[in-house]
Write a new protein. Sequence first.
Length: 253
Amino acid sequence: MVIIKSEREIELMKKAGYAVAQAFKVIGEKIRPGMTTMDVDSIVEQIFAANGCTSAEKGYYGYPANACVSVNEELVHGIPSKSKFLKEGDIVSVDLVANYKGYMADACRTFAVGKLSPNAARLVKVTKDAFFEGLKQVVVGNTIGDISHAVQTFVESNGYNVAREYTGHGIGANMHEDPSIPNFGKAGTGVLIRPGMTLCIEPMVMEGKKDLRVLPDGWTAVSRDKKLTAHYENTVVVTSNGYEIITMYEGEE
């Protein structure tokens, strides 16, 4: 069941979204070769606490950290580690969910560590652009399938694949709510888009084949062919005349 949010609920979600955006801003300023993925997690914990938020990821089905920090061929759910050091040319997807007084916001960015190869830089750009292609379909009266189809078409036209096992989703008092928002699908199908819906649109893009495997830690999903992956996500509020992104900081591209 899709839950339409009240103005009060949306305002609480915006507080959570602000904390997510501020965490991304600080990570973008500080990320560098030699940091560990646990250093990234610590930044998230500090920024969330400073903004009256907690991590909705920590403890979720036993997940042990404040953030998912996934490097290179790791698509999603990478567990931060004090022994995993970032190096020049890595791409690092940081997926965050902040909880503010019982309401949540969820987003992801793929960061560059130092200077990227042309192939890695292109993958990151196409993944981000795919989000905005999907966002164009967030129009009252359109369907979730319109978003999914737009993301898939754009990604595949650029020579990449979208993951099938993981999807975008609704969000609110729960991290994952209806509707599911796959990154592939048929236009004109699925749930109708209505004002007050709160959606997480999140292209998860693979440089090689779309096949994944989960590591023995039970969380980290990686590309089977070990090629690069990238992930970009925002929480979006559907309005009567369009949408509002609540997980981007002022001045973010």
